[in-house]
Design a protein. Structure first.
Length: 536
């Protein structure tokens, strides 16, 4: 079953001009990524799971379908219905995709959540989404159960480990007989996935996507991964599948194309272990965030690598890193650009265009991208906001429960990314800056608000402002500027502040630097001016 959009290599202009979206009215991600393959090639390997203890499991498409059908039937029996949100608080493992597919087969909405989220970050997302069910692992179960009394919509808690009432067992539910089960009929426009993205002036926003957004990712996936898939392809990413990068830049596209997907949870990213994993599983195609690539550059690639292409995005890559990929790994590293609301809309693809280090690339076939200001499209060399023409299959449906924010995001037929760029004479887009306060660190897009709120809850903190400072490895590091209660010194409470952010929000959001300030710069209306705190 050959599903490739591009059957033959051609120049970028030809690919763009001849492109048409293959979006059917009836389209279910679970069907095209699981059930269709199970019907045609049931014994084909879908997922290769490398266990933390070194063990190895393979999941066929038939096994993936059997488990997701069983879980769907069990969730239905427990009251989960079309449109309900099913939270998935799991690290990279086959159960993540079983849960996604089960939710989608019911017409429900999969809600991936990062396992390192602290209690307040989880509380907000579970409460705001009104999640009806949570599927989690033993190590995060207590955190969920502590929150459950404060979440009236949350009826079901399911664990992948041993379960005691009222907690339900994931293995038992997935083993539910499902003979005769028929998935809900959904359209390409029906909601499928909701991913929370960080905000800069308010709470995180639930980005609601339709089933069609998988199709919207495919042009960039195929081209940035070297006319993916080629025979013998195997895919892997170290990025967590709770983020749009891990889920949509590798995991689901692999299953859509029938390509074996390697799943493995790193407790902490290890460059040497990452190289060994790719060599042992003959990984040919990978999505690796820039920070991970920079760390891998200092490791020794082992013999046996079979890499054909690496996709990377979220931060700019320098010429030295691109050269390293080609010279030491024998693989091009292709940058691409997007955001949770509209992902993979610009790409730089080796062999299809001139390589321009520092540039994001060209608009991907199927996506219309413009640099605009208040008067319209800007000229070559001028700074404009990156905007994506609506409608577009990859574009989100709405911000959950935030109609005002949705209306502000899509105006006059254009999705406003909040990113500024310039266009070179050859058409390549070059990132310039953000017009908001998002921090880009180690591949994560971090909003300051949740961190600031956690810091401000400490009794000795009067005011807190969080910004990003430049960093040669991570692009930016999180820096917290704090005004403390009279008589309190930063060294006395810095460890407490770090622990508070780690426990309430997430370990990856803990500021790497703290600055004690007498005052913070304010606007006339009392808003902190974060831009005045940033170091150029």
């Amino acid at each position: 079953m050959d599903r490739r959009l591009f059957q033959a290599q051609a120049d970028w202009t030809t690919l763009t001009e001849g492109f048409a979206w293959p979006v059917a009215d009836r389209f279910n991600i679970a069907r095209v990524c699981c059930d269709d393959w199970a019907a045609r090639v049931p014994d084909q390997v879908a997922i290769i799971h490398r266990l933390p203890d070194g063990g190895r499991q393979t999941w066929t498409y038939a096994a993936l379908k059997r488990a997701s059908d069983g879980l769907a039937v069990a969730l239905w029996a427990k009251g989960v219905r079309r449109g309900d949100r099913v939270a998935i608080l799991l690290a990279q493992a086959p159960e993540v995709l079983v849960a996604h597919f089960a939710a989608m087969k019911l017409g429900a909405v999969a809600l991936p959540l990062f396992t390192l989220f602290g209690v307040e970050a989880l509380r907000y997302r579970l409460s705001d989404s009104g999640a009806r069910a949570v599927i989690t692992a033993p190590e995060t179960l207590d955190k969920v159960m502590d929150l459950k009394p404060t979440l009236p919509a949350l009826e079901l808690v399911i664990t992948t480990g041993q379960a005691r009432a009222p907690v339900l067992s994931f293995p038992d539910l997935a083993a539910t007989p499902a003979d005769g089960f028929t998935p809900e009929a959904v359209t390409a426009e029906d909601p499928a996935v909701m991913i929370y993205t960080s905000g800069t002036t308010g709470d995180p926003k639930g980005v609601l996507h339709a089933h069609r957004f998988l199709i919207g990712h495919l042009p960039c996936m195929e081209l940035s991964q070297g006319f993916f898939p080629q025979p013998g392809a195997v895919g892997w990413t170290p990025a967590d599948w709770a983020w749009i990068g891990g889920l949509m830049d590798m995991a689901l596209p692999c299953l859509y194309y029938g390509v074996p997907l390697v799943a493995h949870r790193f407790a902490k990213f290890d460059p040497d272990a990452a190289f060994r994993l790719m060599a042992q599983e003959t990984v040919t195609n990978a999505f690796i965030p820039p920070t991970a690539l920079r760390l891998m550059r200092d490791a020794l690639p082992p013999p046996g690598l079979r890499l054909r292409a690496i996709g990377s995005g979220g931060e700019a890559l320098g010429a030295d890193l691109l050269d390293w990929g080609q010279d030491r790994l024998g693989s091009p590293i292709n940058e691409f650009y997007g955001q949770t609301e509209a992902n993979l809309v610009v790409a730089a693809c080796t062999g299809l265009m001139d390589r321009v280090p520092g540039a994001m690339g060209l608009p991907v076939p199927g996506h219309r991208v413009s640099l605009r200001d208040d008067k319209g499209e800007v000229g070559t060399g001028e700074v404009g906001e990156v905007c994506v023409a609506a409608p577009d299959p990859v574009m989100f449906l709405e911000y959950w429960n935030k109609p005002g924010a949705t209306a502000a995001k899509i105006r006059d037929g254009w999705l406003r990314t909040g990113d500024l760029a310039t266009r070179r004479a050859d058409g390549h887009l070059v990132f310039h800056a953000r017009d908001d306060d998002i921090i880009t660190s180690a591949g994560y897009r971090i909003g300051p608000v949740e961190i600031e709120q956690a810091l401000a809850r400490h009794p000795d903190v009067v005011l807190a402002a969080v910004v990003g400072d430049p960093d040669p490895v991570r692009t930016q590091i999180v820096v917290a500027h704090v005004v403390l209660r009279t008589g309190v010194a930063l060294p006395d409470i810095e460890a407490e502040l770090k622990a508070r952010v780690r426990d309430e929000v997430s370990a990856h959001l803990v500021p790497r630097k703290f600055v004690q300030a007498e005052t913070l710069p304010m606007t006339a209306t009392g808003k902190i001016m974060r831009r005045a705190l940033r170091r150029a």
